[in-house]
Design a binder for this molecule. Structure first.
Ligand code: TXA
Ligand code: MG
Length: 336
């Protein structure tokens, strides 16, 4: 079993920093989801992330950095990025620390294995106090960037609690993984990713920071994705998949389907915003009306419904509107 320590104990954060410095893995709470962290400058430590996740080695990881001194984000990014376009610096200023990842041209010094062989690097400064404390403590031990994908097995639902991480990597011994328990992640879905390496901003993954917010800060429109856009595992068609099959349905379709169910349909669970009556035995969870609250709860609910042993999870299609983009995107991928 992985070792799980309460992150409110400063000794736990220090122990985690020492593990990172020694090339070992740490489950790191962030405001978005928990990350599976390793020293980005240590190729064999980064290799351990890929092995533990079962992630293909050509899928790049995000490098996490502590907050900039005096708010100088350009200087903070300089050890990793060859250049920071003006619009990318504006995004850092506006949204860092926070749930935004920027793809920038990679310095050759950054371990290529962390970047999945791309000549770019994903950078993010998380706002979660435990993540920041860990990144700063790790720096004191000579760790200057922390590579961390979401702490789930490849293709599965991202973790938003320490217990989820422990569940994903249950067979790792305590010396191989220390999980810092920082409570439930407040944002709940992964960071918005903007590619800043190709002249104009390109949205690679929707999150709680919306396209309109990004365009306002950049002072230019987002450019559409093209074929040459770098690969992003969180953008694979099928991802975030629970064991049960997820099916997205409009409210009316969902209601009609429930109406014709037999009296006892224990193999189905429902996650819906609309008030619905379900047959006896059907687990029903209510999706919050607020997009931010829905994002916060999403992965935990999918895991919880999955754990009831159902074969099917019927989910009401989220509403239109940019504030639901992140939730809609994750649900579409979970159902693909
Ligand atoms: O909120 C988050 O971003 C969380 C927390 C832990 O920070 N991390 C996360 O990592 O979601 P991961 O590995 O599950 O998703 C990162 C995504 C992947 O889809 C990856 O392909 C993409 O970022 N990415 C990373 N570096 C990239 C690069 N150089 N070029 C293109 N995509 C990149
Ligand atoms: Mg992921």
């Amino acid at each position: 079993m992985p070792l799980c320590l309460n992150a409110s104990d400063p000794a736990a954060v220090e122990a985690a920093a020492q593990r990172l410095a020694a090339g070992s893995l740490v489950g790191m709470p962030t405001e978005t989801v928990y990350g599976l962290a390793a020293d980005a400058g240590n190729a064999s430590a980064v290799q351990r992330i890929f092995e533990a996740k079962g992630r293909p080695s050509d899928h790049p990881l995000i490098v996490h950095i502590p907050p900039a001194e005096q708010g100088d984000w350009r200087a903070a990014a300089a050890p990793f990025a060859r250049e920071v376009p003006v619009f990318a610096a504006a995004l850092m200023q506006a949204f860092w620390p926070g749930p935004l990842t920027l793809i920038l041209p990679r310095r050759p010094e950054v371990a290529a294995v962390a970047a999945g062989g791309q000549d770019s690097v994903g950078l993010r400064c998380p706002s979660h106090p435990v993540a920041q404390a860990l990144l700063l403590a790790a720096r004191a031990h000579g760790v200057h960037g922390v590579a961390a994908p979401s702490a789930n097995r490849f293709g599965r639902v991202s973790p938003t609690t320490a217990a989820h991480v422990a569940e994903e990597f249950a067979e790792l011994p305590d010396e191989a993984l220390l999980i810092l328990d920082g409570g439930a992640c407040p944002v709940g879905i992964e960071s918005t990713i903007v590619d800043c390496s190709r002249g104009a901003p390109v949205l690679l993954r929707p999150g709680v920071i919306t396209p309109a917010q990004i365009e306002a800060v950049c002072g230019q429109p987002l450019r559409a994705r093209d074929e040459a856009a770098p690969r992003a595992s969180g953008t694979l068609e099928s991802h975030y998949a629970p064991r049960a099959k997820v099916r997205l349905m409009a409210a009316a379709q969902l209601k009609a389907a429930l109406d014709v169910l037999g009296p006892d349909a224990k193999h189905i669970a429902v996650y819906a915003r609309s008030p619905l009556k379900t047959a006896r035995g059907v687990a029903l969870r209510r999706m919050p009306d607020d997009a931010a609250q829905a994002a916060q709860a999403l992965f935990a609910v999918l895991r919880e419904l999955d754990a009831t042993g159902v074969n099917l999870i019927w989910v009401e299609t989220p509403p239109e509107g940019a504030d639901w983009d992140g939730v809609r995107d994750r649900l579409q991928r979970a159902s693909a």
